[in-house]
Design a protein around this ligand. Structure first.
Ligand SMILES: Cc1ncc(COP(=O)(O)O)c(C=O)c1O
Length: 400
């Protein structure tokens, strides 16, 4: 029985490298502390160090007190879907949606997995760098033939390359603001990508997990506001409302065939999202005043961290650093600090290991696709300013 052939797709799925990095750090931290008297600086995770706003927690408690603990409605409760329609209008400037355009899911992750599943075994395209979960999880799980189009310097788009890559593709995956670069795609860029998808008859899977974490007074542009029917936009409450553990998300599309199909996937996997949590989610989206207050406090703090981090990183001679416009990650280029004669696996881990030695946890660039091996991702979502300062001193040390 030991060589029984289980599902090949499932066997190909890998755990996020960030999990194994966190495990490695947990092992190394006591030794580092004993040697230096200091703690590790943790830049590896996309977790959030703010509590979920009280008005949302209270809404969940109220829903429980009211006994909203029965099986959920297939595809999502009306109250959550109505709140989503409201939010699409006031936040995304996206109109013309009704409940048949929406599926409520367990986080953005389930929305994405269901969307990728629509195109099982087909050709998909996305930019590199690309969120590691897409590469490690959705692509193998759905047997996707995934092609990566590298972003250029300053993470700009080569539209000719994209045009060629979309030949014969079923879908394009876009993540804006982007993990790991912090790139906020402009309205013009998003519209041009949608035009190319339309030219090639490809769907757009739009991952807008960080839509609310945007800096410098800029605004996220959602492709959902465009008229093209074949866009599936996936959203989550995780990052906007600091609700990573609640596992609440939703997907929206003008193509009404898709929610019908994805409702089946959603039902097959989980029979829907926990009923009382959907009531809390509705309150999160509908209570604009409270949500604005909570969000402003978070984004102001992230922006402070980003500015400090940027000042420190850009003072390092030879380090290629782009200032993130959204999300909470830096993705600098360390190629000037890696000896020319080092290649392959050793090169991929070279800077990551030097940083570990100095008590800094990060994520190495090869986790995000094919083209960015010399880059490192630093998250500032759980690191207060003091820790960032300490981390910067250590990063500077390895670049000296
Ligand atoms: C780019 C991106 N998309 C989607 C998600 C999904 O988040 P969740 O499943 O918590 O909603 C994440 C989470 O880290 C992310 O980084």
């Amino acid at each position: 029985m030991t060589d029984y052939k289980f599902s090949e797709n499932l066997l190909n799925v890998r755990m996020s490298p960030i999990v194994s990095i966190s495990e490695e750090v947990r092992k190394l931290a006591p030794e580092f502390k004993a040697k230096t008297g200091k703690d590790f600086v943790l830049f590896q995770r996309g977790e959030i160090d703010f509590p979920t706003p009280k008005y949302i927690v209270d809404a969940a408690k109220n829903a429980l007190d009211k006994g909203l603990t029965k099986y959920p409605k297939s595809g999502g409760e009306d109250i959550f879907k109505e709140a989503i329609i409201n939010k699409l209008q006031y936040f995304n400037n996206a109109n013309g949606f009704d409940k048949d355009n929406i599926v409520c899911t367990y986080g953005g992750q389930e929305s994405l997995e269901l969307s990728f599943k629509l195109f099982e075994g087909k050709k998909g395209v996305g930019f590199a760098p690309c969120w590691s979960c897409v590469l490690e999880n959705f692509v193998p799980y759905c047997g996707t033939d995934f092609h990566q189009v590298p972003l250029g310097e300053d993470f700009s788009i080569d539209f000719d390359l994209l045009d060629r890559a979309l030949e014969g593709a079923s879908f394009f995956y876009l993540n804006t603001p982007q993990n790991p670069t912090g790139k906020l795609f402009t309205k013009e860029e998003v519209s041009a990508i949608v035009d190319l998808c339309a030219k090639h008859g490809a769907f757009l899977i739009s991952d807008e997990a960080y839509e609310a974490v945007v800096f410098d007074g800029e605004k996220h542009f959602s492709p959902t506001s465009l008229e093209y029917e074949n866009i599936i936009s996936t959203f989550t409450l995780s990052k906007t409302f600091s609700m990573t553990g609640w596992r609440l998300g939703y997907l929206v599309t003008r193509n009404k065939q898709i929610p019908q199909l994805l409702k089946l996937g959603n039902y097959t996997q989980t029979a829907g999202v926990t009923t009382f949590l959907q009531y809390a989610a509705a309150e999160a989206l509908n209570n604009k005043d409270e949500s604005k207050k909570a969000l402003n406090a978070m984004v102001t703090e992230y922006e402070k961290r980003r500015d400090l981090f940027y000042e420190g990183l850009s003072s390092i001679d030879g380090l290629g650093v782009t200032k993130p416009k959204g999300g909470f990650y830096f993705f600098p280029d360390f190629s000037n600090f890696i000896p020319k004669n080092i290649s392959g696996e050793e090169r991929k881990l070279y800077i990551y290991k030097l940083l570990l030695n100095e008590g800094v946890a990060s994520v190495y660039g090869s986790c995000f696709g094919n083209y960015f091996d010399d880059f490192i991702r630093f998250s500032f979502s759980t690191t207060p300013v003091e820790n960032i300062k300490e981390g910067l001193e250590r990063i500077k040390k390895i670049c000296a």
